[in-house]
Design a protein around this ligand. Structure first.
Ligand SMILES: O=c1ccn([C@@H]2O[C@H](COP(=O)(O)OP(=O)(O)O[C@H]3O[C@H](CO)[C@@H](O)[C@H](O)[C@H]3O)[C@@H](O)[C@H]2O)c(=O)[nH]1
Ligand SMILES: O=C(O)[C@H](O)COP(=O)(O)O
Length: 305
């Protein structure tokens, strides 16, 4: 039976009660990295808390990592019932960098669960069963170490992926890691992982984090350590194409590094051109390709370069 049949599941394959019973002895940490998500984080946290912590025992801790927000994200998340940590304030001795991957990497120092579930904070169409689905394979199958969500993305460009998924992630995987083509949403922000694996991964501080986790899990553990789960429908707030260029650069940079063809340093200069008043403005953007080293050896000067 091919991987896509063996290791593809649906969130309703497991009941909440069965999962709570099956996870016995293992703690679950739900981690939400958030940068300026005041509009959505409160509702997200309170729904997750009520359903998965108060009326059931599936999640043991719900942690929002505030990724240098300049809005009310931290206060709103805290009032909704999350434990909130500023990414920059976690282990300051290790330094601090901007980015989603950095927030996720730092979460390891303030969580205790053997099982970690990540969820984006900007979801607009979602439900708490996402967490249930992402835990199903981890709780029930000891060989599974990383679980990726996938979903229908309503109204998105007539395809089921986003713009970076279709134009960057899928082509990169086709060229360089064909087994991962079976992942329907390789960039999904909703995924879960055993702590024992996460702490051994190099973690790009920016948006390369999702694809790097997949590539490195494939390379070190094989496809049989990965599962994917149909979570139904999902929608989120969308970045403009200009900013997705930065995300794409980080993802291509992460892959180049793994192919041994990455740039010498941890930064690249992305040049973009913006039409303004009939002329073209050149915008220079510095894009970080920095990666945090696997946890046991990490220190401020111990970055992957
Ligand atoms: O510096 C940052 C940037 C973003 N975020 C949070 O990360 C999540 C996802 O960020 P977003 O900018 O909405 O990403 P998308 O454009 O939706 O990108 C998709 O693709 C990315 C690359 O794989 C993934 O990291 C995302 O989770 C996935 O939703 C949100 O909660 C953000 O608040 C941070 O915590 N720090
Ligand atoms: O998965 C992606 O490609 C990014 O999340 C962007 O998605 P979008 O094109 O739907 O905004």
């Amino acid at each position: 039976m091919p991987w896509s049949e063996r290791n593809t599941h649906h969130w309703h394959d497991w009941s909440l009660a069965d999962l709570v019973a099956a996870k016995q002895g293992q703690r679950v940490s739900l981690v939400v990295p958030a940068r300026n998500e005041a509009a959505t984080v409160g509702n997200l946290v309170s729904k997750l808390r009520t359903t998965l912590m108060e009326t059931s025992d599936l999640v043991d801790e719900l942690v929002v990592i505030d990724s240098d927000s300049s809005d009310e994200t931290a206060r709103i998340a805290s009032e909704a019932g999350a434990a909130v940590f500023a990414s920059a304030a976690i282990r300051p001795d290790l330094g601090t960098y901007p980015g989603k991957g950095e927030a996720m990497w730092k979460s390891q120092f303030v969580t205790t669960g053997e099982l970690i579930v990540f969820m984006d904070a900007d979801l607009t169409d979602w439900d708490t069963h996402f967490v249930r689905g992402l835990l199903g394979p981890l709780v029930n199958n000891p060989t599974i170490e990383l679980v990726k969500g996938f979903y229908h993305r309503p109204g998105e460009h007539g395809l089921d992926g986003g713009r970076v998924t279709e134009l960057v992630a899928r082509p990169l995987l086709a060229l360089h890691r064909p087994p991962l083509r079976d992942l329907i949403q390789p960039l999904a922000g909703e995924w879960s992982i055993r702590r024992s694996l996460f702490e051994r991964l190099s973690v790009p501080t920016g948006y390369g984090v999702e694809l790097a986790a997949l590539v490195d899990t494939l390379d070190t553990r094989g496809m049989d350590a990965i599962a994917q789960v149909d979570l139904g429908r999902r929608d989120h707030s969308h970045q403009g194409l200009f900013d997705l260029g930065l995300m794409a650069t980080q993802i291509v940079g992460m892959m180049s590094r793994r192919l041994g063809t990455g740039p010498a340093g941890d930064e690249v200069g992305l040049r973009q051109y913006v039409p303004i008043d009939g002329s073209t403005k050149t915008v220079e953007r510095t894009v970080s390709l920095l990666e945090r080293a696997p946890l046991p050896t990490a220190s401020a000067s111990d970055m992957v370069g």
